[in-house]
Design a protein around this ligand. Structure first.
Ligand SMILES: *Cc1c(COP(=O)(O)O)cnc(C)c1O
Length: 454
């Protein structure tokens, strides 16, 4: 642990522009559709829901670089640039010839990468005179990040938190409340979508899809209010590219280029954030790195989902997205990586995986906690259960390198720390956690009828 080496940048190295991958993609994803008309969304049709500037970013397929507003860069300076670390402790523990690097996004005030997008989203809302915003949160990371950003820009925030996490992770709720946000367990009685769900299924423990429906419904019913989303959409991944852009410079300082870049995968934002700046060199033919998205075996949309237009939420309020999906009615097991319990993937990573330009692996829950413990003991940082999926994939790659006797450079994103997830670790140590494998019939049940949606 003492030998691990850090690569540190200074404030002037914080990127001045985000990288938009869309202009460089060999096959562009199909457009997102209006759920009512089943036609591609026009910018104006999305203005009631999202801030105008993020709508423009969402649909921008031509500008490779999008300037980061000065007010946002100022906020980024609170914790950016984040360190890149050569994990010599972990390398030694694994006795691998591979060099393992991680980008440490856990150093943000809220403990995860989510603040990279929360700040610009709150900023653009403020700039156009919005007073209230709504959102959903799974494990509470996005909600915590947005609560801080909303407070900074003087916005009122209502957060729908997935019920299972509301109870499993009470401190995330306290964090959001400390920053001044209203937190509601979802499904709730405060929306039509929530009331219907509770009536049909009183014991339902919630899902991100359900919480999104509630947040969208409240935003549409409240004057001067916008909805914000913490993952899946293009503009969120765009904001997260600060991770990869900094990492690119830091890998240069280390004198290496990654052979493999790894991120855990919920809706895709941290994976996209670390990989896009590197994948652009694959597109231009200069490099040939591999990219691996690590998802839970209990929520395997990339490895076992179908590629179809689907809704981003359970009630069908959101745009229809061409995605790798388990179906918007898929109800994930109550695993401890709450941030990865989402049924679908963004349209860009879905297209990239369809085209064989990125790979995915699904990882059983117990393997992730074993990897997390090894990482904590060798590097000193207790990882978020979500990030532990990336660590597991990195360990698999490092052990493969050892078996094959080849030296390679592995880079993964440490999307967050797990200091507020210790209850999950307790359950792991007590032997209470299990692996969840989903039977094929269960998957088919939720995806069979998706074709009929359009
Ligand atoms: C939210 C979250 C994730 C998953 O979301 P992505 O959009 O796929 O990045 C992963 N890790 C942490 C720490 C998170 O908070």
């Amino acid at each position: 642990m003492m030998e691990s080496k850090k690569y540190i940048l200074t404030e002037k190295d914080i990127p001045t522009a985000w990288y938009n991958v869309l202009p460089d993609m060999p096959t562009k994803p199909r457009p997102i559709l209006n759920p009512q008309t089943k036609q591609p969304f026009k910018e104006e049709e999305l203005y009631p829901l999202f801030a105008k500037e993020v709508v423009k970013q969402e649909l921008n397929t031509t500008d490779r670089w999008i300037e980061i507003p000065e007010e946002v860069r100022e906020m980024y300076k609170i914790w950016r640039p984040t360190p890149l670390v050569r994990a010599r402790g972990l390398e030694k523990l694994l006795d691998t010839p591979a060099h393992i690097y991680f980008k440490n996004e856990s150093v943000s005030p809220v403990g995860s990468h989510k603040l990279n997008s929360a700040i610009p989203q709150a900023y653009y809302c403020k700039k156009e005179g919005v007073t209230n915003i709504t959102t959903e949160t799974g494990a509470g990371q996005w909600g915590a990040a947005l609560s801080l950003a909303a407070k900074h820009f003087g916005l009122e925030l209502a957060v729908y938190m997935v019920k299972v996490s509301y109870h499993q992770k009470p401190y995330r709720r306290s964090i959001m409340q400390t920053y001044g946000a209203q937190v509601i367990a979802s499904p709730s009685m405060s929306t039509r979508a929530g009331r219907k769900m509770i009536t049909d299924n009183p014991n339902y423990q919630g899902s991100l899809g359900m919480a999104i429906s509630e947040a969208v419904e409240l935003a549409m019913a409240t004057p001067n209010c916008k909805y914000t989303l913490g993952s899946v959409l293009n503009h969120v991944s765009l904001h997260q590219t600060v991770i990869g852009l900094e990492a690119e410079k830091q890998m240069e300082m280390a004198g290496e280029y990654p052979d493999v870049v790894i991120g855990c995968f919920g809706g895709g934002s941290n994976f996209c954030g670390i990989t896009y700046p590197f994948i652009r060199h694959n597109f231009s033919g200069e490099r040939n790195a591999r990219f691996i998205a690590a998802e839970p075996a209990s929520c395997p949309k990339l490895t076992r989902g179908v590629f179809q237009y689907d809704f981003g939420d359970e009630a069908g309020y959101t745009p229809m997205i061409p995605m790798r999906t388990l179906g918007h009615n898929f109800s994930p097991a109550n695993i401890h990586a709450g941030g990865l319990r989402y049924h679908g993937a963004g349209s860009v990573p879905s297209q990239l995986i369809e085209d064989g330009l990125i790979e995915a692996v699904d990882i059983p829950q117990l393997e992730t906690f074993k990897a997390a413990t090894m990482f904590a003991q060798s590097e000193g940082i207790i990882p978020a259960p979500e990030s532990s999926h990336a660590i597991s994939a990195a360990i698999r790659e490092a052990l493969k390198a050892k078996e094959e006797g080849v030296q390679k450079a592995i880079l993964f994103n440490l999307s967050g720390h797990g200091l507020i997830d210790m209850a999950s670790y307790d359950r792991y140590f007590a032997g209470d956690l299990t692996n969840y494998e989903i039977p094929e019939e269960e998957l088919l049940k939720n995806t069979r009828d998706l074709e009929k949606l359009i």
